[in-house]
Each structure stands twice: as C-alpha cells, then as structure tokens.
Design a protein around this ligand. Sequence first.
Ligand code: SAM
Length: 280
Amino acid sequence: MAGELYVVATPIGNLGDMVPRAVEVLQAVDVIAAEDTRHSGRLLSHLGIKTPLIAYHDHSDDRKVDKFLEFLKQGKSVALISDAGTPLISDPGYKLVSTVRQQGYKVVPIPGPCALVAAICASGLPSDRFTFEGFAPAKSSARIKAFQGLEQETRTLIFYESPHRIVQALEDMVRVFGESRQIVMARELTKTYETFLAGTLAEVLGQVASDSSQQKGEIVLILKGADSEEGVDDVEQQRVLSLLLDELPLKQAAALAAKITGGQKNALYQMALDQKKVST
Ligand code: SAM
C-alpha cells in the first residue's frame, strides 16, 4: 500500500452498498482526503473506521495537494472519498489524481456506487453508447444553449439535476428536444423513495410539475438520443444520388435522393456537391 492513492466510492444513499474492499482500504490507509470531513466522519464512525480525515477540494490551494504528495513520498497511503458515490464524478478529486499520477505514484480505483451508472442500467433506455453531461448550467439561457449543442446527439444523454431546478430544466428540454423525446427521471436511487418516471418529455414534465414530491431529493435525468440515420444506407444514398445527378440539376437531385432514401436533405446536398467535385 505504501505510496499509493486509493480512489474509493462510497454509498449514494444506502449504506448497505459500501463494498467490503472499500471498508478494508479506508481502514488500512494512513489518511483519508474527504470532500467534507464532517459528512464523511459520520460514514466512518458508522463503519467503525478511525483513520484521520483531511479536507480536500479541487479549489483547495496547491499546498493541500503538496501535503498529500508529501504523505506518498514518505511511503504513506492515502484514500480519496467524496460525500457520496464515486469521487471525480461531478465531485472533487481531479486535481489530486492527475497530479499524483504525473508524479509517478500509483492510483488505485476501488469501484462502487455511482448515480449515473445506477440510473442508466435500470432506465430501459439504450446503454450501449451514452454521454454524461454532469449538471447543466443553472441559468436557463445558458442551459438552453448547452441543450442546443446536444440536439443532434444520438447517444443517450445523462444529466445530474438539482430538485430546485428540475421543472425549469425539463421545460427547457421540451423547448430544445421536443415534447416527444423519451426521458427517464431517476430519483432518490437506493433510498426509501426511489422513483423512476419514464415517458415522453411532455409526460414526465407534466407529472413532475403537478406533484411537488417529485421535486425533492436527488435526481438523474436520462434522455434518449436523437434518432440516428441508422438504416439509411450511405452506400445506397450515394448510388441513388449518382443516378439522379446524371439526369437532374444538383439541388433537385439532392432533394429527390433525400425523399427516396429517407436521408436528410442537407446531407444529401453536401454529398451531391462532393460527387460533382470528384467528377470534374
Ligand atoms: N459522485 C456522485 C456519483 O458518483 O454519482 C455524484 C455527486 S454530485 C455532487 C450529486 C448529484 O448526483 C446529485 O445532485 C444527483 O444529481 C446525483 N445523485 C447522487 N446520489 C443520487 C441518488 N441517490 N439518486 C439520484 N441521483 C443521485
């Protein structure tokens, strides 16, 4: 263990989710870097762990990072925990982990609870490819802009959201992604009032706006990605376009190819321009 940093996940609500290896590591290390020492103190005392805690935030000054590096240099071991779930996932730790790694020390993950993973694996939405967006901006104008940048994203989108902003955030999603996009709202995961609301954005917004109990607790939003052009065969598009370009002006050929293949007009127009370029 000497000179090693352990990144340890802790429960996101249910203490029964503390994995045995995490308990062993927290017991065995020399010191624990914690986001909030009072909060983590309660978890450690519940587990009967007496390892000393030192506060750590990414905005702690560099001397804090140096202090942990000094421990590692002396051959001591350090564990990093956050208030809940996996450190660095919308939680502090990045500066410490990247510096420790750069300095050549070993960083060991002790995996465990993480709200985004718990939410997506039970959501029923596609989980083969997804993007985690963390918290969307708090101000509506910035949030709408962030959503607009994701409008065409075909992977499943995962957001963390505060209960105070949940209604406005869902309203902004309806504005940008449309009423009929599928969404799952996972609330209070692993806790007594664990709830999954699934449906279109309009349906889930309706349920949340009309029931104040849905505006409480901790929330993950899982939004289905934009429909991809899967099934629209690129080779087929090129073939149809090429035939039409022999007979029709470029714009007309692109529009007709889009109709025949179900592809997007703009994409077909660009493809037509490219084909013309190659043939001249
Ligand atoms: N590091 C944590 C993780 O691994 O998921 C996330 C920390 S972030 C500061 C806190 C946010 O995570 C909450 O606002 C909520 O969006 C989400 N979250 C954490 N615990 C949750 C739970 N039990 N149920 C639903 N969402 C949760």
